[in-house]
Ligand binder design. Structure first.
Ligand code: ATP
Ligand code: MN
Length: 307
């Protein structure tokens, strides 16, 4: 795939560090919100009055409404349906795009976000080096990261919602499930064949790792089941293998996944899962010194003194 190749070519250090163009300083949505033209204000007031948004009184600021406005102008969102999920940090809505196709719209709430924790995931991810540290920048980077991670996971052959568009703190993606009937999570279904389902998740983990990504919050709650398929969701926190804590995150993912399938009666264990993922993947790693592309900046004082 040419796109994948380009990403590698653009890489500054190891593949996986490809530069992501993010401009979180002043987005088009911020400008729309500031301009306060009549059309935008009417749009915002209409949306605020709609039943789906009314319940969340005050949850979204003007710039968030402006981001939605921009997505509507660009044709990614036509009409909003009901909320699929109203979580602590983000709400997910069903919507129709301009052509009447189903999409899911995930809206991060800048103020409700646990941005300290978000920052820990962003720091150490070379894609986001040097982003400003304030709440807005962190949440916007996070949303952008979720979009990028979805794309990279899809390219790696992992079934995820196809990313459609990202605008400020709002992400548009494929709706998994049917209109009015979003797909249930793995936690909410009877798993008929836990061994097979486990093998699918294991393969997803291997492919992610192979693409240099660790999910970081993988469990039965972030896997949905639709049409006989398992779909990985909620990849905002996923980090590249260059993140200092990536191995810890991978081990935790393995524990969550193995524990779930063990409870379902499958004969699995976390360590074997971890070994499988690590041994059968070939992530483009920093230690691969044969590969000139993998040179990373080392601190100046790393010279060994012990010979
Ligand atoms: P929570 O804290 O509730 O887990 P979150 O911020 O982690 O929320 P997600 O896990 O991405 O957000 O989404 C919350 C819920 O919304 C999911 O459990 C799933 O039921 C639903 N959902 C998210 N994305 C989609 C999608 N693309 N298609 C269908 N349902 C989705
Ligand atoms: Mn989730």
């Amino acid at each position: 795939m040419t796109e994948e190749f380009e990403l590698v070519e653009d890489a500054e250090g190891a593949p996986g560090d490809e530069f992501e163009e993010i401009d979180v300083s002043d987005t088009e949505a911020d400008r729309i919100a500031r301009r306060r033209d009549r059309e935008f204000e009417q749009f915002r007031d209409r949306l605020k009055d709609a039943d789906q948004f009314k319940v969340l009184d005050g949850a979204f600021d003007d710039a968030t409404f402006a981001a939605i406005y921009k997505l509507v102008q660009d044709g990614y969102v036509g009409a909003f349906g009901g909320p699929i999920s109203t979580g602590k940090e983000a709400n997910v809505y069903e919507a129709l795009d301009d052509d009447g196709g189903d999409v899911a719209v995930k809206i991060y709430r800048i103020n409700a976000s646990n941005f300290q924790q978000m920052r820990e995931y962003l720091e150490g991810d070379p894609r986001f080096e040097g982003i400003r540290g304030d709440k807005k920048a962190v949440v916007l980077s996070w949303t952008q990261k979720e979009y990028s991670n979805l794309r990279r996971a899809a390219e790696a052959g992992v079934r995820v919602p196809e990313p459609v568009a990202v605008q400020r703190n709002v992400l548009v993606m494929e709706l998994i499930g049917q209109e009015g009937d979003a797909a249930p999570t793995l936690a909410d279904v009877d798993v008929e064949n836990p061994e097979t389902a486990f093998e699918v998740v294991r393969e997803y983990m291997r492919r992610l790792y192979d693409a240099g990504l660790v999910h970081g919050d993988l469990s039965e709650y972030n896997l949905v089941v639709y049409d006989g398929e398992l779909v990985v969701i909620d990849v905002g926190q996923a980090v590249t293998i260059h993140h200092n804590n990536h191995d810890e995150f991978l081990q935790r993912d393995c524990r969550n996944v193995a524990n779930f399938f063990e409870r379902q009666g499958a004969d699995v264990d976390a360590e074997a899962l971890y070994d499988y993922v690590v041994e059968n993947a070939n992530p483009r790693s920093d230690d691969d010194t044969d590969d000139p592309r993998t040179t990373v900046d080392e601190p100046a004082d790393t010279e060994s003194t012990d010979g």
